[in-house]
Design a protein around this ligand. Structure first.
Ligand SMILES: [Zn+2]
Length: 170
């Protein structure tokens, strides 16, 4: 199983220096895999003490433009429903800076160690784990099986639980 994580969130920094006196950081927010531009993302620029210096939501082209106050190490927090809200830290910004940020669709599957309550039937008695990889038969195979086979291909967003009543991966 790959680690789920922010680790694969990549910060692609393209720093363009120019001599303009107006200091700003601007760029585009795109989806990590399909590279769609994402509008409506709240972009917050924070200084090294976590104070919000400037913020705005991305426009229909996924673009934002924030104003800097001074040379500092900044962090940028992206917030958007349906996406993981990554925090990009330690970005040195001294002058006008162009930056492209990638954000990942949030994984909507439940990741818990115990059987979760199914959101459809609101019970957990028919919820069984989904097992990945090559699994030899075990007690519990057959009609009253205690787990579901999830196959061998694992991504960073796979269901871990299955409700037999609703035939739904959770
Ligand atoms: Zn259910």
């Amino acid at each position: 199983m790959f680690p789920k994580s922010y680790a694969i969130l990549m910060l692609i920094l393209m720093i363009g220096l120019n001599r303009s006196s107006a200091q700003s950081i601007y760029g585009t927010v795109t989806e990590l895999r399909c590279k769609d531009k994402i509008s409506g993302v709240l972009v917050q620029l924070r200084d090294s003490r976590s104070n919000v210096i400037d913020s705005m939501t991305t426009n229909t082209n996924g673009q934002f433009n924030l104003k800097l106050k001074s040379r500092d190490k900044y962090s940028i927090l992206l917030t958007c429903e349906g996406y993981d809200g990554p925090l990009f830290t330690n970005i040195s910004i001294a002058t006008d800076t162009s930056i492209n940020l990638r954000i990942k669709k949030a994984c909507s599957y439940i990741n818990s160690s115990a059987a979760p309550v199914c959101p459809i039937c609101h019970m957990s008695d028919q919820v069984i784990p989904i097992e990945y990889g090559l699994i030899k038969s075990r007690p519990g195979d057959g009609a009253g099986k205690k787990y579901m086979l999830g196959g061998c291909l694992v991504s960073d967003c796979d269901p871990h639980w299955y409700c037999k009543r609703d035939k739904r991966a959770l």
